[in-house]
Design a protein. Structure first.
Lengths: 203, 241
């Protein structure tokens, strides 16, 4: 979460004081990303230095100082909102690594490993859903943030389901061979699609 | 109090080399006010578990108790009464009768139980209103959206204050928002009405509405979620630092 751009977004509504910005930041991000007060004030100083906000010139730093967004700040905010984050490289996912590693540990039951992760993720989802249930009809930001987390965790369970089905099929077909499992270091990362590999090589 | 108790229930089809074990020594309870989700891949025995819990099929071995009554020891008449008065069943494909209005579909189980059409109409309408469908009571199924049809099916399964609701992929044909709404309705019915619900689904997002999630694989219960700690633990600042 970019604190810098979140503050610009809050100032795009109208000029605000430092303390007000801090409180609104916490409220608007559904309290899911709390930040400390000092972070707000130092970020505001940097935004002012870069010409993206201007202060009311009272001279004292801190909660009572007022800020407004500049035309340059508006442009920066518009650019940031439309720029997709970099999702091109698959993350090094620890859960994926554990399941892949379990495939070549003779004493590991892959199904039990998958189920341990599945149960944990579903338990997390139950907790988020309980918050959603309790907060029914309340703040939109909170609901959206919880939905994002639930959809992310749901995709993890779907991957575990697909992985389990694939492992079962491979075991039944006898296609899971030691040759597949001979280079564990290469297996800890999901293989890249061909076109992406080419892009990376060009870089 | 347990509304449903399966104890060491097994079910197999066929014999000898062709014998298929659909369920193996499954034990499961659902208490009044509780929603239990059963998750598992296709062929894991989820639907068999539900039909046995609904007394639509008999187990090969083991015991099923509905609201404390052992199903294997009661008469056929009592079993039929349990199905008509205690158990509500929500089918994946709704199973509404196309020639009946929404209100008539909902009150149908009461009429089949001997209540006059005029008397059955009152709880039928109340059930529809509870699910936000009061104004659609006179509409026929083909005049309703998928989400509305599913809510009618749920109203029908709950009419007459059933104590055990069994739902097979109740949100299968619905979009994400309607599916979530269906789960919220079922949970509310458990919380407010003291009903127990067992919901079979392959969808973790929907299962997460349940108090407890039971995992089924190859006909066996392999695992279940622990009682979740307070949800507020996810929102503590420590987690984010």
């Amino acid at each position: 979460m970019s604190v810098r751009h979140a503050l610009l977004a809050l100032l795009s509504e109208r000029p605000k004081y430092g303390l007000q910005l801090r409180e609104e930041f916490e409220a608007r991000t559904g309290e899911v990303w709390p930040l400390n007060g000092g972070q707000v004030y130092t970020t505001l100083q940097r935004l002012e230095r870069d010409g993206l906000v201007e202060s009311d010139g009272t001279g004292t730093e801190g909660p009572q100082k007022g800020f407004s967004i500049t035309a340059e700040g508006e442009q920066e905010l518009a650019w940031w909102l439309r720029t997709p984050p970099d999702l091109s490289s698959p993350p090094r996912d620890e859960l994926v690594m554990k399941v892949l590693v379990a495939l070549y540990v003779p004493s590991a039951d892959v199904h039990a490993v998958i189920q341990a992760h599945r149960r944990y993720v579903v338990e997390l989802m139950q907790r988020w859903t309980r918050i959603k249930e309790d907060e029914a009809g309340s703040e939109l930001n909170m609901s959206l943030a919880i939905d994002a987390e639930l959809f992310r965790l749901d995709s993890v369970v779907r991957w575990l389901d697909a992985a389990e089905a694939r492992v079962s099929r491979a075991a039944a077909d006898g296609t899971m061979t030691w040759a597949d499992q001979a280079t564990p270091r290469n297996q800890t990362r999901a293989p890249l699609p061909r076109h992406r590999r080419e892009v990376r090589e060009r870089r | 109090m347990s509304m449903l108790e399966l104890s060491q229930v097994s079910k197999s089809y066929g014999q000898g080399g062709a014998e298929v074990h659909a369920l193996r020594e499954v034990s499961l309870t659902a208490d009044a006010g509780e929603m239990v989700a059963v998750m598992g891949p296709s062929g894991s025995g989820k639907s068999t578990l539900l039909t046995i819990a609904g007394t639509l099929e008999e187990p090969t071995s083991g015991e099923v108790l509905i609201a404390g009554q052992p199903v294997s020891k009661v008469s056929r008449g009592t079993k039929a009464r349990l199905r008509r008065r205690v158990i509500g069943y929500v089918f994946q494909d709704f199973n509404l009768l196309p020639g009946l209005t929404a209100a008539e579909n909902v009150s149908l189980p009461l009429e089949l139980d001997g209540v006059s059409a005029r008397k059955a109409r009152v709880p039928g309408l109340r059930g529809l209103e509870r699910l936000g469908l009061g104004e659609r009571a006179a509409h026929y199924p083909d005049q309703l959206s998928g989400g509305e049809r599913q809510r009618v099916a749920i109203a029908r399964a709950m009419v007459g204050d059933r104590k055990l609701l069994l739902a097979d992929e109740p949100s299968g044909a619905l979009d994400s928002e309607n599916a979530q709404a269906v789960m919220r309705l079922l949970l509310d019915a458990c919380r407010a009405g003291g009903m127990a619900a067992v919901v079979v689904t392959h969808d973790a997002h929907l299962a997460s509405w349940a108090d407890r999630v039971v995992f089924l694989r190859d006909g066996r219960v392999t695992d279940q979620t622990a009682a979740a700690p307070g949800p507020e633990s996810l929102l503590t600042p420590e987690r984010n630092q």
